[in-house]
Design a protein around this ligand. Structure first.
Ligand code: C2E
Ligand code: CA
Ligand code: CA
Length: 623
């Protein structure tokens, strides 16, 4: 009952334990004091000490009001305590002053009590002020009443008083240090439990829990701006087998190696997290199928490199699922479900595959994947055929050469134009084989025609930039020419302007080497690559090919016409021969001849022709 009386009134949280103790103590003190003074008041009433009796009752009423106030409101508790302490100090001091002759040591004991209570209930500053005032009051009262004798008499009494307060102060200090340490430990504990909850300890990546939080956050921030993003989920193929074969410590090292590789490729993506034993996921800002395919392929390429751990070499592959926000779900649950289904499909299809959840995008990937497979097949079974387009000196109607243009003779789809497959072949490292096939086939045809007709000019072949980047290309070209006894002076290689300008120093080196073999060099698609004239002068080119896009409108558009005129002037100034591509009409031909460009290639004379047709075409030109 007593406990209830002391603590009821308001609820304390666990953190307010100290406040609760103070509250109980203060209430107990007041209640005790109030009862004692009330009892004294009754005695005094019977003894007829009316004034004292009145004072006692006033005191009792004030105490009752304080208890009442404190029980009502937690906030005013400190205020009440401070006021109570000041009232108590005044009361103790007055009692001491009045009774200084008879009970001065008893009076000082009352001060002790006050100090003890004040230390427990209030802050240090306030407590020290109360001590200082108490000492002042004791000393000055003794001095006024008894002079220096009084001070001497009381001095020894004050020493324990001060020692006592020093102890209390030290005790407080120790308490606060202890609290500080506890708080620090608590913070560490908090950080530790945060880490356990949110991070994977093998790879130090965010775990599924944190990833889901991040994903939620991403969805929230994106919803406001209606921006899309995508998820890329990566699963190591056959990780379980590796783990079972080589042990878990090996598996852990492999996971860490995987993370290093993923970070290398995915440094631009967000929140790389490990959300399962062998599953990783990122949030990507890329949203087009091409961009995402590129990322996924880069990941696969990086993962396929040999892994050496503990003197063992393993090769791993990974399967990848991709889902897009908001097309494939606009909440965490749907997105995660759909990306799982994409990954599942990828796994089912084959190791090392990539799947989009979105079927439209999947179709795109399917097409791309089957294109790569078919292209590989085409290289193996030499499904390519070379077509030839005549290059004519229009001023005298004479054949000056021919350009070899590849066609893919697909078994079911028919002829596929080079623009449709060359970019793929370049990307997947098949261009070298294709270009060499074209070179061999074209050289054989060219040599045969030459035997028949003698003067047929030069054979012009397109070289992919990717080929020029492989280290052995020069040796390979030499080898092909040697095998067929093809003279380098009859070969012309076309290199696109944009390649040359990409890395000018490298180009100078590469082109010199080719030129030194006696092969002629032509700048293809001139006008589309922002050449610098200063550099053109330094490059060992023989010919400049004006891109067909400029020829199209030369007879209607004066700007275009002026442009072509100045290209011709540039060629003349640089001592290069010049040829126009894509010439389709008589008017275009006349314009070019009038302005000094006699060499012409285009439908006006002939479309690209098969070898058999070309053979007949040359015949018509000769006779
Ligand atoms: P390119 O070197 O600019 O080839 C000229 C293209 O213009 C050819 O397209 C040709 O058919 C077309 N053309 C020729 N005359 C006319 C005309 O009067 N009017 C119009 N509208 N077009 C004309 P094609 O054969 O489709 O070749 C496209 C591109 O593919 C070529 O552009 C070349 O960069 C590349 N390519 C072709 N064969 C090979 C090859 O064996 N190896 C490499 N690496 N690239 C090749
Ligand atoms: Ca060309
Ligand atoms: Ca061209």
């Amino acid at each position: 009952m007593l406990h209830n009386f002391l603590t009821s009134g308001f609820e304390f949280t666990k953190n307010e334990l100290e406040l609760k103790l103070k509250y109980q103590f203060f209430n107990l003190l007041l209640a005790f004091n109030m009862s004692a003074v009330a009892l004294a008041g009754i005695f005094r009433f019977y003894r007829g000490e009316n004034l004292q009796c009145f004072v006692d009752f006033v005191y009792t009423i004030i105490s009752a009001i304080m208890i009442f106030l404190v029980r009502r409101n937690k906030k005013i508790f400190p205020l009440i305590v401070h006021s109570a302490m000041i009232v108590a100090l005044i009361t103790v001091s007055l009692t001491f002053m009045i009774n200084v002759h008879t009970h001065n040591f008893i009076g000082i004991s009352w001060f002790y009590l006050e100090v003890l209570v004040v230390f427990f209930l209030t802050d240090k500053k306030f407590s020290l002020s109360i001590i200082a005032i108490s000492v002042l009051i004791i000393l000055s009262t003794m001095y006024i009443e008894m002079g220096m004798e009084g001070i001497k008499a009381i001095a020894f009494g004050l020493i324990p008083f001060l020692v006592f307060s020093l102890f209390v102060s030290l005790y407080e200090k120790r308490n606060s240090i202890q609290n500080e340490l506890l708080r620090e430990q608590y913070k560490l504990l908090e950080a530790y439990s945060y880490n356990i909850e949110n991070f994977d300890f093998v790879t130090v990546l965010p775990n599924k829990n944190l990833f889901i939080k991040n994903l939620n956050h991403k969805i929230d921030s994106v919803e406001k701006r209606e921006k899309a993003f995508s998820l890329i989920k990566i699963n190591i193929d056959d990780f379980k087998t590796i783990n079972d074969t080589y042990g878990h410590s090996f598996g852990d090292k492999l996971l860490r190696e995987t993370v290093t590789r993923l970070q290398k490729v995915l440094y631009k993506e967000n929140n790389l997290s490990r959300i399962g034993a062998d599953e990783f996921i990122v949030i990507s800002e890329s949203i087009t199928a091409d961009e995402l395919m590129k990322i996924a392929e880069d990941v696969q390429k990086e993962m396929q490199q040999k892994v050496s751990i503990d003197n063992k070499n393993v090769f791993i592959t990974c399967s990848i699922g991709i889902a897009l926000y908001a097309k494939d779900g606009n909440d965490v649950e749907t997105l995660m479900k759909n990306i799982d289904s994409a990954l599942h499909d990828a796994k089912k299809y084959a190791r090392n595959s990539i799947r989009f959840y979105n079927t439209q995008l999947t179709q795109h990937t399917d097409e791309k994947l089957s294109m790569i497979a078919e292209l590989k097949h085409a290289v193996e079974y030499k499904e390519f055929e070379v077509y030839y387009q005549a290059q004519i000196d229009a001023s005298i109607n004479k054949l000056v050469g021919m350009e070899a243009l590849v066609r893919w003779n697909h078994p079911t789809k028919g002829f596929i134009p080079p623009d449709k497959f060359i970019p793929f072949a370049e990307e997947y490292g098949l261009i070298k084989d294709i270009d060499y096939l074209v070179m061999q086939q074209a050289m054989k045809h060219f040599m045969y025609w030459k035997q028949q007709y003698q003067d047929i000019g030069r054979l012009s072949i397109n070289l992919s930039v990717k080929l020029l980047e492989t280290p052995s290309y020069l040796q390979d070209i030499k080898q092909i020419m040697q095998n067929l006894s093809f003279s380098p002076h009859e070969l012309e290689l076309e290199i696109t302007e944009s390649y040359i300008m990409n890395d000018i120093e490298k180009s100078i080196e590469v082109l010199r080497e080719i030129s030194e073999l006696g092969i002629e060099l032509a700048i293809d698609d001139f006008g589309t690559g922002y050449s610098s004239l200063a550099y053109l002068q330094k490059l060992p080119f023989n010919k400049l090919k004006i891109d067909h896009s400029f020829i199209k409108n030369i007879t209607q558009d004066t700007d275009e016409a002026n442009l072509v005129k100045s290209i011709i002037h540039i060629a003349q100034a640089l001592n290069l021969s010049v040829i126009a591509e894509g010439v389709e009409t008589e008017a275009q031909k006349e314009f070019l001849i009038k302005n000094g460009c006699n060499f012409i290639q285009g439908y006006y004379y002939s479309k690209p022709l098969s070898a058999a047709d070309m053979f007949r075409y040359i015949q018509t030109l000769q006779y």
